[in-house]
Design a protein around this ligand. Structure first.
Ligand SMILES: CC(C)(COP(=O)(O)OP(=O)(O)OC[C@H]1O[C@@H](n2cnc3c(N)ncnc32)[C@H](O)[C@@H]1OP(=O)(O)O)[C@@H](O)C(=O)NCCC(=O)NCCSC(=O)CCC(=O)c1ccccc1C(=O)O
Length: 275
């Protein structure tokens, strides 16, 4: 029998989001349902902090990003705090800090799963797009609204979308600003599966449980590999950093450090035989 992850424990208190933990899984929830989970700068700052915690917590092997309630995953930037130069925080400073969050999710060396109920629209659509997997409820609706509300995401919002579903369909989504239902999203490869709303969390947690049975290092390397070319040199840096981390764990890597500490020349001769 499949258990649901009903035993979420709060790990940290925030104002705009919830950060919970169960069974090696972090669940990060945008909790502004009265605004269809639109994000303001403070929301994004909290999300960045929560993802940082999940990244550095050894107990956590998979992360779920969700929106509070059945109506929306996220409706993008909060248009009521959008000023002339960006989204205005409580101190009066304009931000587009969701771009930092997008890259943080891509660089995070653990799988991030978007759990999408209701609308994933605008910047909220890009947030599910940058997650590694997307599990959609049957009431999910997807789309970009930028050209309608005087905005555009010509970075990952355009390029990663094209790489995910193909150039023609990505251009259609941005150039017409239509909405697509869950089955259409599945057909175009925008989401991994569609389940009834009542089963959304159970299914998402089950996918996380399956990944938790697999090698964390293999998942880390393959995620970095998938993202490397799209993210350019920064993507290669992520992949290369993981390779360096593995090399540190070898006798050959440790011989270099040991020789330096022991003030002797390193002896790498025995490591040359590898084809
Ligand atoms: C999401 C909807 C389709 C939902 O429709 P519906 O279910 O009928 O609910 P509503 O009655 O419309 O909404 C309920 C309630 O929520 C408020 N609300 C909804 N969305 C937002 C929002 N984004 N900001 C603020 N408030 C919102 C709505 O006003 C209602 O409140 P009431 O008090 O009851 O009136 C529909 O709501 C909808 O279409 N929403 C807008 C979607 C949208 O256009 N989002 C912005 C897209 S642009 C963006 O996200 C930019 C992201 C970004 O940061 C960025 C990234 C990279 C480059 C550039 C940018 C950039 O900002 O420019």
């Amino acid at each position: 029998m499949i258990r649901t992850a009903a035993d979420w424990q709060s790990r940290h208190a925030y104002s705009d989001i919830r950060y919970e933990f169960a069974e090696g899984i972090a669940k990060i929830t945008i909790a502004r349902p009265q605004k269809r989970n639109a994000f303001r700068p403070e929301t994004v700052k909290e999300l960045i902090d929560a993802f940082h915690r999940a990244h550095h917590d050894n107990e956590i092997g998979a992360i779920i990003l969700a929106g509070e309630g059945p109506d929306a995953f996220c409706s993008g930037g909060d248009q009521t705090v959008r000023g002339a130069e960006g989204y205005i925080d409580e101190g009066g400073t304009p931000h587009l800090n969701v771009l930092d969050l997008q890259m943080q999710i891509r660089r995070l060396p653990k799988p991030v799963v978007a759990m999408v109920a209701g609308y994933a629209i605008g910047g909220g659509h890009v947030l599910h797009l940058v997650c590694d997997l997307s599990i959609a409820a049957d009431n999910a609706r997807f789309g970009q609204t930028g050209p309608r509300v005087g905005s555009f995401d010509a970075g990952l919002g355009a390029g990663l979308l094209a790489r995910t579903i193909g150039m023609k369909k990505a251009k259609e989504i941005w150039l017409l600003c239509r909405q697509y239902d869950a089955q259409q999203a599945l057909a175009m490869g925008l989401v991994n599966t569609v389940v009834p709303l009542a089963r959304l969390e159970e299914e998402t947690v089950q996918w996380c449980r399956e990944m938790l049975q697999l090698s964390p290092m293999a998942l880390r390397m393959i995620k970095a590999g998938f993202n490397a070319d799209t993210d350019g040199l920064a993507g290669i840096q992520e992949l290369a950093g993981n390779a360096t981390g593995l090399f540190y764990q070898t006798a050959e890597g440790q011989e270099g450090r040991n020789a330096w500490l022991e003030r002797r020349p390193p002896d790498f001769a025995k490591y040359r035989k590898r084809p």
